[in-house]
Write a protein that binds this ligand. Structure first.
Ligand SMILES: Cc1ncc(COP(=O)(O)O)c(C=O)c1O
Length: 343
């Protein structure tokens, strides 16, 4: 571990344009004694990025501090974005736009039949924050992208200054936000007197890119295991490396990552993205009942089910050393999945 590089990383991220949207930073790193005991493996610690604030918190709060600063610097009046109906990104984006007085158009893709029938969880919150929400008739992703582009063109045609977040040239801002979370984990682990062997998180995109960038930059030995929430797998390691390297260049960090720096497991997705798994539901119940903590049905519960499985199957043991689980938030989606969660 290099303290000098920790300072460099802190300064590099600190020099980027940023808005203040998070309620808490650094977020706490907490021990989960009852869950660790129940599983009988390594001691488990949890990085509470579910507590970042901004409409129930989650990993997007940190990202939006940079992305929305970029939008404001470019004079944006309207934001256009799209994701799944129960998207956490869209929920937090809607809260940020409300706070900043920006208009927001969300083009949402249904994942389950119920997404057409009820307005609940994140979808409910997006509407509450005043976003213009369109729920598409089917889950066709290319068509969704076309409709987003058409919406952008229409608004530009009306003379509006439109911003599309997470485009190729700005997506690294989201990664850099997570390099900072990695730095917090390093410093908080030191304060707690632990040396985490592993960091588990639910990701296959900017969050993992940033976490790996941050840890490798400060020369931490903690290994990162991403657990994918979706099936699309091809080329993702290269893409995470690209995001991390673009962020490093933006922030002036002398590091170059490759696809081989990324470890991710896509065997806990289940049927497909957005559909809870039995193991994920068990994780929601176990974590709730041992620690009074919430996991979400689409992301963190699947990652937690992987961690539980790796411990129960002996892939991870007490001798490996402590594990940090990055809680990326998302539990407002629970209300959109009530029938799955409570059998
Ligand atoms: C709660 C939660 N965890 C994890 C992720 C995955 O983050 P990433 O897209 O950076 O892989 C998301 C993405 O939307 C999320 O909402």
């Amino acid at each position: 571990m290099s303290r000098e590089r920790e300072d460099q990383l802190q300064q590099a991220i600190g020099s980027l344009p940023r808005l203040s949207l998070a309620s808490i930073r650094p977020t706490p790193l907490e021990h989960l004694p009852r869950l660790s005991n129940e599983l009988g493996g390594p001691e488990i610690y949890i990085k509470r990025d579910d507590l970042t604030g901004l409409a129930f918190g989650g990993n997007k709060t940190r990202m939006l501090e940079f992305a929305m600063a970029d939008a404001q610097a470019k004079g944006a009046e309207v934001i256009v974005f799209g994701a799944a109906v129960q998207s956490n990104y869209c929920r937090q984006m809607a809260a940020a736009c409300a706070r900043l007085g920006l208009e927001l158009y969300l083009i949402l893709r249904p994942v389950r039949p119920i997404d057409h029938q009820e307005v609940q969880g994140n979808h409910l919150l997006m509407r509450l924050f005043g976003a213009h929400v369109t729920v598409l008739s089917d889950t066709d992703r290319p068509r969704q992208q076309e409709i987003i582009s058409e919406t952008v063109e229409r608004l530009r045609g009306e003379g509006r200054n439109v911003y599309r977040p997470r485009e190729d040239d700005t997506v690294d801002l989201d990664g850099l936000a997570y390099a900072e979370s990695a730095l917090e984990i390093v410093q908080q682990s030191r304060d707690l007197g632990i040396d985490p062997a592993w960091l588990y998180l639910c990701a296959l995109d900017t969050t993992q890119a940033g976490i790996v960038l941050g840890l490798r930059y400060v020369e931490s030995d903690t290994k990162v295991r991403g657990i994918s929430p979706f099936e699309g797998w091809e080329g993702r390691f290269e893409e995470m490396a690209r995001i991390a390297n673009q962020g490093a260049r933006r922030a002036g960090l002398d590091i170059e990552l490759g696809a081989g720096d990324f470890d991710n497991d896509n065997s806990y997705v289940g049927e497909r993205y957005g559909i809870p798994t039995p193991a994920g539901l068990e994780a929601i119940h176990l974590v709730a009942r041992t620690e009074g903590l919430l996991m979400d049905p689409v992301y963190t519960s699947k990652a937690m089910s992987a961690l539980m499985d790796h411990i129960r199957s002996g892939k991870l043991t007490k001798d490996d050393g402590p594990v940090v689980f990055l809680h990326t938030g998302g539990y407002s989606a629970l209300f959109g999945y009530a029938a799955d969660v409570i059998e």
